[in-house]
Ligand binder design. Structure first.
Ligand SMILES: Cc1cc2nc3c(=O)[nH]c(=O)nc-3n(C[C@H](O)[C@H](O)[C@H](O)COP(=O)(O)OP(=O)(O)OC[C@H]3O[C@@H](n4cnc5c(N)ncnc54)[C@H](O)[C@@H]3O)c2cc1C
Length: 317
């Protein structure tokens, strides 16, 4: 059976640890316990960043869907392959071919043991399990004016469902636009948990509002002396709000509330795993001149990293 897999035990761990901003930290013993915790507590979204494709007939796919009673499970068919992520695989365990299960056991040895034992794995057994890691953390990274995007991994079989995982760092308002692209998986740093590595984007140029289009801006800056004054004022307000945040958290105000004082220029960071069809849709919409410059530059960077196959597909709206 042809089985292709993107990810590892460690991939889920990294995507979970991004909540604390500590996704670069690797420690197999702690990582295995985290995987057990994620499973036991149904924090399953980090598993979505592992992707599986296996050769099958359309009829095999339809049979799985017919058998299956959980409508939230996402199993797709494209290019002669059934595509699903590890979360969906866990949820459809009883309907998948045995050879595929064996391939998953091999690729995700710790996760798979935890799943099969429904989370009932003692520490001793956990430490004896094999644990798979990522070969490369970031294949490539492109910095833009407001943030950066890096390619973590890809699974390319020449189909619409080829998958890509990126890390993105960008201001909050860009992330809000980005997360409107629903066909994909996200795991993001949580400012409820951590005050680690807080950074802000300060634009170099305060672009003028466009008159013709209410949501657009011009390349032209607002005139002096306002431009310099506003930039100074922005910096001062960011410093003040960050300082108040620090004072509040020091006096044990919960981070989930204290963060409310931090401006939208604050940066966030997330993993994004997305199929080619939705990625091309993202590139089309977000490299368009109608998109905001900050997200446009990041979308352009993604296009440079992994290319673009166009959106002349039929039945796409
Ligand atoms: C310039 C610009 C301005 C925008 N302004 C606004 C705004 O003012 N307010 C606002 O709320 N949003 C705004 N958006 C966001 C926009 O409405 C989309 O949510 C966003 O672009 C994601 O596109 P999508 O739905 O095609 O992508 P995805 O969510 O990734 O979906 C991919 C594809 O899956 C299918 N799909 C996904 N979900 C569904 C569903 N529930 N039902 C049927 N088909 C589905 C569609 O074929 C879709 O193209 C703006 C976007 C742009 C580019």
């Amino acid at each position: 059976m042809d089985v292709f897999v993107m990810g590892s035990d460690q991939r889920s761990v990294r995507c979970a640890r991004v909540s604390f901003g500590r996704d670069e930290k690797v420690d197999p013993e702690r990582d295995k316990k985290l995987l057990r915790y994620l499973f036991r507590h149904k924090h399953a979204s980090p598993f979505e960043h592992n992707i599986i494709a296996f050769k099958a007939d359309k009829e095999d796919w339809l049979n799985i869907l017919r058998e299956f009673e959980n409508p939230t499970v996402q199993i797709y068919y494209s290019g002669g392959y059934i595509w699903l992520n590890l979360r969906s695989a866990i949820n459809s365990l009883n309907y998948l071919p045995q050879e595929l299960i064996e391939a998953l056991e091999e690729r995700f040895p710790t996760t798979w043991t935890i799943v099969q034992k429904r989370g009932e794995v003692e520490d001793d057994e956990l430490s004896s399990l094999n644990y798979t890691t990522d070969k490369v953390f970031l294949e490539n990274r492109i910095d833009t004016g407001s943030g950066w995007v890096g390619l973590v991994d890809r699974l390319e079989l020449g189909t619409d469902m080829d998958y890509y995982t990126f890390i993105v760092e960008c201001p909050l308002f860009v992330a809000r636009q980005w997360h409107r692209h629903r066909f994909g998986s996200y795991n993001e740093i949580s400012r409820r948990y951590t005050a680690y590595d807080i950074k802000f984007y300060i634009p170099r140029i305060l672009r003028k509002q466009a008159k013709s289009n209410k949501q657009a801006s011009l390349e032209e800056p607002v005139p002096e002396p306002f431009h310099s004054e506003f930039l100074k004022e922005i910096e001062r307000l960011i410093e003040e709000s960050y300082s108040l945040y620090g004072k509040m958290t020091e006096k044990e105000v919960a981070k989930e509330l204290a963060r409310g004082i931090l401006p939208q220029f604050m940066k966030t960071r997330y993993y994004w795993t997305v199929p080619r069809i939705a990625l091309d849709n993202f590139i089309t919409l977000r490299t368009h001149e109608g998109a905001q410059k900050e997200i446009r530059e990041l979308a352009q960077a993604i296009k440079e990293l992994v290319g673009y196959r166009g959106t002349d597909r039929k039945n796409i709206l």
